[in-house]
Design a protein around this ligand. Structure first.
Ligand code: SF4
Length: 1006
């Protein structure tokens, strides 16, 4: 997948009778792209497609010939021949494929009886989605794209509870009284109680519905789980899909009724005995077949066939709805047999159990079923991969690609959960280019679903869909999960986002519903330097390839020797010697939530209509004239006493909020007590992504307050706004905007927050200008750079506060002895508490930057920063009061490495972005860039990032860098000019870092 960015221009099919030698520009593109893709042979092979040709074979049939390579140098070429239906796989030059089957004399043959081709195998698609694509591929792609933010329905809740009762019983007992007890316990669990609250359902009602199923549970256990004579078990057929063996297409079967179950084709009748449950909700990722899924129950079974008995581990899928034995249900099982092969030998069949009746079907997975389902998977992968269409020449604008065709199947469309998005996408995206794509029969439905929308609304939807899709395809987002199987943990540790070679220590503690506390330590040696922190989301895998993504969770605590994690599965079932790896799970790539919000914004409801008017049409917000008209008489005293604790701008903000009918924007400049103001306004607190809490489904709030709103992208910010009558956005667009990695998405406007968009309605804006963080000298920098003198200190105490260093006298004496402190202006500038700001210029040191594959760094600056840090700590500063900021990750890593060799406590070393909204007593900034050739990095060009960096310190701000290089950046040039005029730039003497190393070594020894 990584190759997409470079190969977008190559996505033209090169069909022809004769294989053409690849053109030179193409060759260059392939070389460039393949260097980023791990090409390999063997079980997890990854081939790059170099050319695609259609040829006619001797029998006159068409075949698709792929010229492929698994070598990074692109030298060893092989041929892959696709026959029969495999010819329709939409594979193109530049694609990455995985092949299953045999390769003889450098030639793979994939036909209807042998071999599989997996397109984009690193895109893992769930078995459920593929099964749902059988009836409508468009619906499956829409469901993957617009995951519904809608909460569970009553039927879904009952299904979940039934699953859990069964899953518990299979490891315990199916005795009627035990089932009653388990049902009672399960219904009482907090998360189910929350859902009941949301659905307005009481416990008795739910329990009653669940109890109706329990006799069938017992019946099933009686039929399949007793341990005596096997002949007592019902006979099962493993010939369910014999139709397919006779050459009937799986998709064609969709519209047939149930397959015959009269045993007429039955030549493999057997008895199945379920021995035990081996796993519940087993999560499996298969980068071999490009699949993922969770198996309801993994069971050990004995298959009795005549006098033969075979032990086998099989997937058991539970269904709570109607006993349909549908093609979708059976397909899911076939896909689970493929998934199971990642962990154990091929089960060759799966079990499908309908909980309402206790009826169980065996679903054999033969080659033909797998072939058809993998072909559907490939089509789906193609649609998901090609969501953006670009012209080969690059002359046309980037657009969203059409989705798979709308089907004309009234019954399917009538019950389709994606009908709204299907119509919306058709109107907003597809019909802009091609009116004929919609079947005539569907036109009235599309009209009905979208007639309430204006053209501007459709354009807004289409633009944000495009930007979000572009962003999701940006390099960093795409690679996230794939690194778990594409890179070893030792390689990934270099990035700081992974820790490998871990073993479990201590007992696993169950701390709540589906939450298990695990402790890990390194098997050999010390823990690596890592960016992982408490609170980070992680994916836990085994180091072995069979154990990818065993569990998800959070880091609870991390020290130099151990890491404690809260996981969603109990891993004590695995052998103690199992080696694990933790990978950080970035949620940047989650576009489902914003797309879901966007889709909700287009709904035909009063709330969505009002939000469309305000956000898309930019209708002016309305305000009431007098507070007395909105405040109840008896609330006046309470409000007055709340206002008394606030400063003037905060009071004005409160008043504005209370008078608003639609929304208010509070500009919270750095340190101006946004939190205080918000707490005064507060009702319920959550994150924009946390709006699935049941309280939001039952209550409409008077106000919704979104903090740090200038950092949140528009469709994410929308999420909570649906639950209130009015909203308040708190932010500051002079600080960091929403992070957008994709250059094209940025150019289209994706980094414009809702706060910034609405700020053009000046009436809605109120500013907080009185700050309580920085002393006056530090504040003046930001006033000069950004706020035009509007920021003021909240009190003299704030304005004059300096760092408290209880051991400073002793340290000064030592520095005098080792480094002539009183003769050294830069040491005085840096350490004297009465000098809150200084810029240390490395021009004469010198301190050149290093640009390597791993990133940009500056070792001399790193050494100086560590010297300053350790000296402050020695002078009595608490390590947690010091913050180190650098714009590049490689520099953070070097500083962390150097600090790790000293025995100080944990000092936070991070990028500017991670410091927004926070402060420290001392901030040290290493600017890194120092070169002669004039290269400018993107990160330092953004004046908002600089504004955040210089407004984090309360008492001391030390900036370190090369003035002559940094002057080339306009924002830094402006800052340096001001610092110069205030005489706050101090030159470091030549070679200073070397003599400091000596001082530092001596400091550390003592
Ligand atoms: S409405 Fe019909 S065509 Fe559209 S996604 Fe649903 S099933 Fe497919």
């Amino acid at each position: 997948m990584e190759q997409l960015g470079d190969l977008e221009l190559l996505m033209e099919k090169s069909f022809g009778d004769k294989a053409e030698p690849p053109a030179e520009p193409f060759q260059k593109k392939v070389e460039a792209s393949s260097s980023k893709t791990v090409l390999s042979c063997g079980m997890d092979n990854r081939y790059l497609v170099l050319a695609v040709n259609i040829v006619q074979n001797e029998e006159g049939n068409h075949e698709k010939h792929l010229l492929i390579t698994a070598s990074q140098s692109l030298e060893n070429k092989e041929l892959c021949i696709l026959r029969n239906d495999w010819c329709s796989v939409p594979v193109e030059p530049g694609d990455i494929i995985h092949l299953e089957g045999d390769c003889t004399s450098d030639t793979w043959l994939i036909d209807e009886d042998f071999g599989f081709l997996i397109l984009y195998p690193d895109m893992l698609i769930s078995g459920t989605s593929i099964a749902s694509s059988i009836r409508c591929m468009r619906r499956a792609v829409l469901s993957e794209t617009f995951r519904s933010p809608d909460p569970a329905s009553r039927q879904m809740l009952i299904g979940t509870v039934l699953h859990e009762v069964f899953q518990k019983a299979i490891s315990d007992s199916f005795a009627p009284e035990k089932l009653q007890e388990l049902a009672f316990q399960t219904v009482q669990e907090i998360r189910h109680l929350k859902e009941m609250y949301r659905l307005n359902l009481n416990q008795d009602e739910l329990k009653q519905e669940v109890e109706e199923y329990l006799p069938s549970f017992s019946k099933w256990a009686g039929d399949f789980m007793h341990n005596c004579n096997s002949t007592g078990f019902p006979q099962m057929q493993l010939s369910l899909l014999l139709y397919l063996a006779e050459g009937v297409d799986l998709v064609a079967l969709v519209h047939c009724d149930k397959l015959p179950s009269d045993g007429s084709n039955n030549n493999t009748t057997c008895n199945i005995e379920v021995i035990k449950s081996l796993d519940i909700e087993e999560s499996i990722w298969s980068p071999r077949f490009g699949l993922k899924g969770k198996i309801d129950v993994t069971v050990g079974v004995k298959i009795h066939r005549g006098c033969k008995v075979k032990d086998i581990i099989m997937p058991l899928e539970l269904k709570t709805g109607k006993e349909s034995n549908s093609i979708e249900h059976r397909s899911q099982l076939v896909l689970y047999t493929l998934l199971s092969q990642e962990r154990r030998s091929d089960p060759e069949a799966g079990l499908l159990l309908y909980l309402k009746t206790g009826q169980m079907y065996a679903v054999p997975a033969n080659h033909l079923d797998k072939r058809e389902l993998l072909r559907l998977r490939n089509q789906m992968a193609f649609s998901l991969f090609h969501r953006i269409s670009k012209s080969a020449t690059g002359n046309e604008k980037t657009k969203l690609a059409p989705l798979p065709q709308i089907i004309e199947e009234q019954q399917t469309c009538k019950y389709c959960s994606q009908v709204g998005n299907c119509a919306l996408y058709s109107r907003a995206v597809e019909q802009q280019t091609d009116d004929s794509s919609v079947p005539i029969g569907m036109l009235p439905q599309i009209k009905e679903e979208t007639q309430h929308l204006k053209l501007t609304h459709l354009e807004y939807f289409s633009l944000w869909c495009l930007m979000l899709t572009l962003e999701s395809q940006s390099k960093d987002n795409k690679k996230n999960h794939q690194n778990i199987w594409l890179m070893s943990s030792s390689e990934m540790e270099q990035s700081g986002n992974c820790i490998g070679n871990l073993i479990r220590t201590e007992h696993v503690k169950t701390v709540g519903d589906g939450q298990y506390l695990h402790n890990f330590q390194r098997k050999n040696g010390a823990m690596p330097i890592t960016n992982l922190m408490a609170g980070d989301r992680i994916i836990l895998s085994g180091e072995e390839r069979t154990l990818f993504a065993l569990s998800r969770g959070y880091v609870k605590e991390i020290s130099r020797t151990t890491v404690t994690c809260l996981l969603d599965r109990n891993l004590s079932v695995l052998p103690e010697s199992t080696l694990f790896r933790l990978d950080q799970e970035e949620k940047n790539c989650d576009i489902n939530t914003p797309l879901g919000n966007l889709s909700k914004l287009m709904k035909n409801t009063d709330t969505s209509q009002k939000l469309r008017e305000l956000i898309i049409d930019l209708r002016e917000p309305q305000f009431i004239s007098y507070l007395s008209s909105v405040l109840p008489h008896d609330a006046k005293d309470a409000v007055a006493s709340i206002l008394k604790g606030l400063n003037k701008p905060q009071r004005q903000a409160m008043k504005k909020v209370l008078l608003s009918r639609d929304y208010t924007l509070i500009v919270g400049m750095p340190g101006t007590g946004k939190t205080t103001t918000i707490c005064t306004l507060l009702i319920v607190a959550t994150t924009c992504m946390g709006i699935n809490h049941p309280i939001f489904s039952r209550k409409v709030f008077d106000f919704c307050i979104v903090d740090e709103a200038s950092q949140i992208s528009q469709p994410v910010c929308l999420g909570p706004l649906f639950f209130s009558r009015r909203f308040v956005l708190v932010g500051d667009h002079q600080q960091l905007p929403p992070l957008v990695l994709n250059r094209e998405a940025r150019a289209l406007g994706m980094s414009e927050s809702l706060f910034k968009r609405l700020e053009q309605n000046k009436d809605a804006v109120v500013q907080l200008t009185v700050q309580y963080r920085m002393n006056s000298k530090i504040m003046s920098l930001s006033n000069k750079l950004t706020y035009e003198g509007k920021l003021e200190c909240g009190s003299d105490k704030v304005a004059n506060a300096v760092i408290n260093l209880p051991n400073f006298k002793d340290v000064k004496l030592e520095l005098e002895f080792y480094a002539d402190y009183s003769e050294s202006p830069w040491l005085i500038g840096a350490f004297e508490p009465n000098n809150p700001v200084c810029f240390l210029n490395t021009d004469q040191v010198p301190a050149p930057e290093q640009v390597e594959k791993s990133g940009v760094s500056n070792i001399t600056e790193a050494k100086l920063i560590v010297f300053l840090t350790l000296t402050f700590i020695k002078a009595g500063c608490n390590p947690s009061d010091i913050g180190i900021i650098a714009p590049y990750r490689q520099q953070l890593k070097i500083i962390n490495d150097l600090l790790a060799h000293s025995s100080v406590g944990v000092v936070e070393v991070n990028t500017v972005d991670k410091y927004q909204g926070r402060d420290k007593s001392i901030i040290l900034v290493s600017f890194v860039r120092s070169n002669q050739d004039g290269t400018l990095g993107e990160l330092l060009k953004d004046w908002r990032r600089l504004n955040v960096a210089i407004t984090r310190a309360k008492h001391k701000l030390i900036l370190l860098g090369c003035v002559s290089s940094l002057n080339r950046y306009p924002p830094l040039g402006k800052l340096l000019c001001h610092l110069n005029s205030e005489k706050l730039i101090i030159d470091l003497p030549s070679g200073e870092h070397e003599s400091l190393c000596y001082v530092l070594g001596d400091f550390q020894r003592r």
